[in-house]
Design a protein around this ligand. Sequence first.
Ligand SMILES: Nc1ncnc2c1ncn2[C@@H]1O[C@H](COP(=O)(O)OP(=O)(O)OP(=O)(O)O)[C@@H](O)[C@H]1O
Ligand SMILES: [Mg+2]
Length: 314
Amino acid sequence: MSNIIEIEGLSKRYGDLVALNDLNLTIDQGAVVGFIGPNGAGKTTTMRILTTLLQPSSGTARVAGYDVAQNPDAVRRAIGYMPDFFGVYDDMKVWEYLDFFAACYDIPPATRHGMIDDLLGLVDLGHKKEQYVEGLSRGMKQRLCLARTLTHDPQLLILDEPASGLDPRARIEMRELLRELQNMGKTIFFSSHILSEIADVCTSIAILEAGNLVAHGNIEQIRRQLRANRTIHVRLLGEREPLVNLLQTSPGVVHLQTDDLPADSLRFDFSGDDVALSELIQTAVSHHIPLVSFREEEHDLEDVFLQLTKGVVN
Ligand SMILES: Nc1ncnc2c1ncn2[C@@H]1O[C@H](COP(=O)(O)OP(=O)(O)OP(=O)(O)O)[C@@H](O)[C@H]1O
Ligand SMILES: [Mg+2]
């Protein structure tokens, strides 16, 4: 699979502020990538560089094989961009709005007619075709804006928080729409604050924190990365001291805690992998330490996100 986005050593400074710090990221053709991060992480900055609207301070970015600085026109043709804030043209009818953007991309009038119907069908606004844009709800305006990004049939969609400000139902509809676009063969790079909400549409996620990429991969890979800091709870028959002594000399055991726990229990963070953890249990058993339970704390996706972005003050 070829890379439709290739970002290498990309940095953006605004005066003293480093908004983006040496970002390296590649995205496969056909992927649906969620770009997650708290406010001010640098998501919009990255997207504006990719869409040729902003110059990086250093580093390079290529979209569909074209360098954003050297070949901006070709990059723009390959991309459909939905910005985080968009003005809509209130005094236009829904179909006129799409017609206008299609005309901007030199699509001939004869083709435009059928294309507008197709796009309105896709975003479920066929019944609003003759209405004024100002009469649409926020969710409808957002879907119309998404339809607008498709007028020139781009291979890559860059969507800056397409679900922001939408109610739960409209968010689900937006997700369905992204799935449909993926099935049509589009590559989608979109930003969000909420990891759990988008995890099931994404083929991979990239997590940005204060200008640094802290994780990139599919959900499973990111969970695995998190297991570097997994927490284990243990309960024993009787006293915990023999196990405490063993753990104090075991590799990978960090943060051994017994305070605020019953006398037969303890908790520790473990930085090893599954093999190392299994060896640790075998060692405990071979020392005749009577384990009753040995369990790993379950992390849900929001925990993953919070752990990866902890320490960020907004
Ligand atoms: N034009 C600008 N001038 C100065 N600083 C800027 C400018 N644009 C962005 N920044 C700063 O760069 C950092 C990254 O901003 P950016 O808008 O890329 O974040 P974001 O991840 O999109 O945040 P949000 O989730 O709030 O949309 C922030 O600290 C922001 O204040
Ligand atoms: Mg933003």
